[in-house]
Structures are given as structure tokens and as C-alpha cells.
Design a protein around this ligand. Structure first.
Ligand code: ADE
Ligand code: ZN
Length: 326
């Protein structure tokens, strides 16, 4: 439709993208072949057939298994390059990408191999597509606080090349309070702070992310809508929410795309953005997510301009660079 092509052409930023979640099945086979690793699938079709989830944990189990093929600096560089080529095609001008170092260091891959590979891919993206980007180190919340502290220490040589830290993986049972001290330490090193909250977890976890982690940006945040006072607080403070429609659908956070709360978020005055989360696993890159919402027929072209504008406003670019994109 006309709206689809208008939305596809909008310059946008992507603020919620797990680089390990951009590993396409074809690339999984390629990395497995060149690293001589066995994978428990016979074909790309078999891999895709396994991507059927009822909840976050179903996805996480298969996502951590997929990451096992990533071994060398070149793997991480190629992974990032492939993502940025897709993003460029969707008119993404800036991306702030998550990585999960603990998924790799736990397998004996040094932190520096992961970080150097991703940073090289980001430099390639700037040169080839003119896309700017930032790196956000996520702590795996199902692991201990001490493991997060160890990871933050491993990152020390990279503090000037990492924009911030985040919190991802299994939300239920792992509230933000578990990481209050490591987030305070990260802040003391000048890092920005973000956290997944209110994806599966209750509104109390969002409140904890605000009060105890003092986050600069909220990842997902869907369940904030259950608490009107929390909504008011998020709206008044201009907090950016990085919302992921196709992820929410595939992980059964919403039953139907027509029930997706992004329209309600906008009408409530929240600074919501549209993002792809783990595009290789959830059926689409950022424009597929915009298109899925456009298909509901409830948002106007002006609403999509607002959403794209929010994506730059919510970025960690310096003010001068943000203005240049608006
Ligand atoms: N890791 C990758 N994607 C995630 C998500 N949507 N929620 C929590 N952890 C994740
Ligand atoms: Zn996520």
C-alpha cells in the first residue's frame, strides 16, 4: 500500500536489536561449516520449523543454542555486516545494537574477540552504508550478580567504545533489583543504562528498573500499561520505550497483532519506538515490524513519522546529531 511504502522509506533508528538474534539459518549453516561445528538440524527449513514459541524461555533456549556457531572475530564481524546491510535496506540510519558477551565467554570465546569483531562490522557499516551505530553490552539476568560484575570488568578496555549496558534473558524470577549494584558501577564508568522490563514481567519490574537501576531507556515495557500511575510517570519523564511488535506476537506477549498496544502507547503520550528485537527468529527486520503495525489500519502516516522521530530522540546520539536526523 501507499502507507507501507511511505513507512518503509522513513529514515529511522533501531534501538532494540540483539545482534545474536540476527543470525539467519543460512548463516548458521555457513558458520557451522567453516568452524567445523555440528548443528542439530539437517536443513534451513528444519531450523525455521523449530522457531515456534509459546513464551520467552522457549525462544531463549534455541537462541543460545544458535549462538554456538559464533567462534571467531570474523564471525562476529560478518554477523554485524549482514545485519547492517538489512538495516540499510530498511532506511535505518542509526542502530544501537545489543550483544550478550556471557553467551560467548561461557564457551571460552574471549570478550575481546566478540567486541573487536562487532566493532569492525560497525565500522564497515559506517563506510559502506553511512549507518552510525553504538554497542550496548547486555547482562544475562538468569546468571548471578557476580557474573555480571566479572563481565563489566572484562569490558573495561572497551568503556570508550561501548555506549551502555542492558539487561536481558529470562525476566520472570530475575527482577531488576538483582542488578542494582552492577548498574550503579556501570553508571560510574560513564555508561548509559537500559533494561528489558515488562515484557513478561509485571509492572513492578518496570518500576524497579526506574527506581533501582535508574535506566535511561526502557526495553519493551508493555506491561507498564497495567499501571496508570506508572504510565503517567513514563510519559512525564519522556522515557523511550523500545517496543518490538513481531517479537511480542511470536513470544505470545500479545495474542494477535491487532491487539498490539503500540497505538495505545502513543495515545497515552508515551515515547514508543518500533524495533525488531531478534529479526532472524521473529520473522522480520524493522520495516517488517512497521508494516505489521501499519496493517492494523489504526495508525496514520503522521503517527509513523512520530514513531520514527521517537527512535532518534530516544537514541544515545549527541543532541546535535539527533537534530540532524529530525
Ligand atoms: N534476548 C534476546 N531477545 C530477548 C528478549 N526479547 N527478551 C529477553 N531477552 C532477550
Ligand atoms: Zn530484546
Amino acid at each position: 500500500s501507499d502507507l507501507d511504502s511511505f513507512v518503509a522509506g522513513l529514515p529511522k533508528a533501531e534501538l532494540h536489536l540483539h545482534i545474536e538474534g540476527s543470525l539467519e539459518p543460512e548463516q548458521m549453516f555457513e558458520f557451522a561449516r567453516r568452524n567445523r561445528i555440528d548443528i542439530p538440524f539437517a536443513s534451513v527449513e528444519e531450523v525455521r520449523a523449530a522457531y515456534s514459541f509459546s513464551r520467552l524461555q522457549d525462544f531463549l533456549d534455541i537462541y543460545y543454542q544458535g549462538a554456538n556457531v559464533l567462534r571467531t572475530e570474523e564471525d562476529f564481524r560478518d554477523l554485524a555486516r549482514a545485519y547492517f546491510a538489512r538495516a540499510a535496506a530498511d532506511n535505518v540510519r542509526h542502530a544501537e545494537i545489543f550483544f550478550d558477551p556471557q553467551t560467548h565467554t561461557a564457551r571460552g570465546i574471549p570478550f575481546g574477540v566478540v567486541a573487536d569483531g562487532l566493532l569492525a562490522g560497525m565500522a564497515d557499516a559506517q563506510a559502506e552504508h553511512g549507518i552510525t551505530s553504538r554497542l550496548i553490552l547486555c547482562f544475562l539476568r538468569h546468571l548471578e550478580e557476580a557474573d555480571a560484575f566479572e563481565t563489566l570488568e572484562q569490558a573495561a578496555p572497551y568503556y570508550d567504545r561501548i555506549a551502555g549496558v542492558g539487561l536481558d534473558s529470562s525476566e520472570l524470577g530475575h527482577p531488576p533489583e538483582k542488578f542494582a549494584r552492577v548498574f550503579a558501577a556501570a553508571r560510574s564508568h560513564g555508561l548509559k543504562l537500559v533494561a528489558h522490563a515488562g515484557e513478561e514481567g509485571p509492572p513492578e519490574y518496570v518500576a524497579q528498573a526506574l527506581d533501582l537501576l535508574e535506566i535511561d531507556r526502557l526495553d519493551h515495557g508493555n506491561r507498564s500499561l497495567e499501571d496508570p500511575l506508572l504510565v503517567t510517570r513514563l510519559a512525564r519523564s519522556g522515557m523511550t520505550l523500545t517496543v518490538c511488535p513481531l517479537s511480542n506476537l511470536k513470544l505470545c506477549v500479545v495474542e494477535d497483532i491487532r491487539q498490539h498496544p503500540i497505538e495505545r502507547m502513543l495515545r497515552l503520550g508515551l515515547r514508543a519506538t518500533i524495533n525488531s528485537d531478534d529479526p532472524a527468529y521473529f520473522g522480520g527486520y524493522v520495516n517488517d515490524n512497521y508494516r505489521a503495525i501499519a496493517g492494523n489500519g489504526t495508525l496514520s502516516a503522521q503517527d509513523f513519522v512520530t514513531l520514527a522521530r521517537h527512535s532518534f530522540l530516544g537514541s544515545f546520539l549527541p543532541d546535535g546529531e539527533v537534530s540532524a536526523h529530525l
